[in-house]
Write a protein that binds this ligand. Structure first.
Ligand SMILES: CC(C)(COP(=O)(O)OP(=O)(O)OC[C@H]1O[C@@H](n2cnc3c(N)ncnc32)[C@H](O)[C@@H]1OP(=O)(O)O)[C@@H](O)C(=O)NCCC(=O)NCCS
Length: 179
């Protein structure tokens, strides 16, 4: 069941923090304490549309959307609790946020998916001294990096920020035209 977390922020704040803390450990160091997660969730509640997905009244995951450009909004974050992963919930949330975006006449969605833990071939080379576009074209998923999840949902790689999170820790930018 979908839930508008902006309307229910008091009830679900603690669970949102838990989801972010548990889910983000596989992809980033950014939210590796409960305090950092609380700060991030407060910021999201301030600036984003947030949709959650409940399983038996437990928050299994959530997705956020915010304006980045007039015609292009950013998806951030998308987090599913580990015990609920690979059950189609991430896809459901992505489709729901796309539906909301369409209803609001937002034509394009983008997102950044970091590779901080050497999970794609893009983290194995110096992107500044490589043929970046060729490397993007030949990207390999070495260890369950989520870019492939987005690809399966129609998002394409539209750029890379080399060293975004430190040397050889790029941010992979993806986007989709939804209308
Ligand atoms: C990535 C994430 C959002 C995907 O949500 P999910 O509910 O687990 O994924 P789904 O069950 O909807 O998967 C849909 C498809 O994507 C694939 N997929 C999911 N996660 C994947 C990953 N990390 N790497 C490769 N493929 C993945 C699934 O195998 C499935 O493929 P299939 O249709 O061929 O069977 C979720 O696993 C998650 O929160 N991971 C940790 C945090 C994260 O990486 N967030 C995204 C940061 S940008």
């Amino acid at each position: 069941m979908f839930m508008n977390l902006i309307l229910e922020e008091e009830k679900y704040f603690k669970e949102m923090v838990e989801v972010l803390f548990e889910a983000s450990t596989s992809i980033t160091y950014s939210w590796n304490t409960i305090e950092l997660c609380k700060t991030e969730i407060k910021e999201c509640l301030d600036k984003f549309a947030l949709v959650g997905f409940l399983v038996n009244e437990e928050l299994a995951g959530f997705i956020g959307l915010r304006e980045m450009y007039e015609f292009t909004y950013e998806i951030h974050p998308l987090m599913i609790k580990p015990k609920f992963q690979n059950q189609g919930i991430g896809t459901k949330l992505l489709l729901e946020i796309e539906k909301i975006a369409k209803e609001n006449k937002i034509p394009n969605l983008i997102l950044g998916t970091d590779d901080e833990f050497g999970k794609t071939s893009l983290s194995k080379i110096d992107l500044y001294s490589s043929d970046l576009f060729l490397e993007i074209q030949n990207i390999k998923n070495l260890n369950h990096h989520p870019f492939e999840f987005y690809k399966k949902n129609g998002y394409k790689i539209i750029g890379v920020v080399p060293d975004a999170n430190g040397k050889n820790k790029p941010d992979i930018l993806m986007g989709k035209r939804i209308v």
